[in-house]
Design a protein around this ligand. Structure first.
Ligand SMILES: [Zn+2]
Ligand SMILES: [Zn+2]
Length: 261
């Protein structure tokens, strides 16, 4: 099977005057994560780096007003669809509990047959469409070798935990530790604008809470915490942005499902 070539691998959309959304439309919805670029006065912030199938840095630099300004790469957690291009950035932040995965990523394949039945069923049960033959329906270059796909090591250069502040000079985001989907799951809260970068702690699609490293008990605590935040908008790790009313609906449906409403 020959997949079509899509040279413009990434899709970009401006969310507000300083925030860009970057996506990979040719990756299966389960593995098509949102990346967010927040432009600051003294530094820019990139939250997550996708699958690492095509070079990300040149595209990101093209969105920045000054490519020489530092760019901080924050990995919200270390699932494959969030860390693929982290190695392309000099400053790499992650929660202390997920440093090993960033430094020595677990092997992953773009061939769906290589994905364990347990994991494939977990995605199906969560409500996602069945996997395609490959995790992509296109390739970024004519000579792209699907079999050579590998996540590059990107050892953390700094650690962040709950309460830490990421300072871009004229924009400060507070780090939230929101375990449940993964042990070191991070969100970022910009109180001034009421913007929550929810990553995989909360997004407007099927949440994944029963795989390796996941904990419904911790997820419950994290969602209850988010419930109290006075958010205006949530930019999640997958799917489109949503408002506080939608956030509460999502949270309450999972808390009810887990018997802890
Ligand atoms: Zn994840
Ligand atoms: Zn994800």
């Amino acid at each position: 099977m020959t997949l079509p070539v899509e040279a413009s691998w990434y899709h970009t959309a401006r969310l507000d005057d300083r925030t860009w959304l970057i996506t990979e439309p040719h990756v299966h919805p389960i593995f098509s994560a949102n990346m967010h670029l927040v432009l600051g006065r003294d530094a820019d912030l990139l939250i997550d780096t996708g699958m690492g199938i095509a070079p990300l840095r040149p595209m990101v630099d093209g969105l920045r007003d000054d490519p020489d300004k530092p760019v901080i790469c924050l990995s919200s957690h270390t699932h494959v669809d969030h860390i693929g291009a982290a190695h392309e950035f000099e400053t790499r932040l992650v929660h202390p509990s997920e440093t090993d995965e960033l430094a020595k990523p677990s092997p992953y394949s773009l061939v769906s047959a290589d994905i364990s039945d347990a994991l494939a069923n977990l995605f199906l049960d969560a409500g996602y469409e069945p996997l395609w033959e490959y995790l992509v329906n296109a390739v970024p270059t004519t000579n792209y070798d699907l079999d050579s796909y590998a996540i590059q090591p990107a050892p953390a250069t700094g650690l962040v935990d709950d309460g830490d502040v990421i300072d871009l000079g004229d924009w400060q985001g507070e780090v939230l530790h929101l375990p449940g989907h993964s042990p070191g799951q991070l969100g970022l809260w910009h109180a001034e604008s009421g913007t929550l970068f929810g990553a995989d702690a909360i997004y407007d699609g099927p949440l994944i809470f029963s795989g390796p490293g996941m904990s419904v008990a911790e997820y419950t605590t994290s969602l209850k915490r988010l419930r109290d935040l006075p958010v205006n908008v949530v930019h999640g790790g997958h799917d489109p942005a949503f408002d506080r009313a939608r956030m509460l609906t999502i949270i309450d449906s999972y808390l009810a499902q887990w018997g802890s409403a």
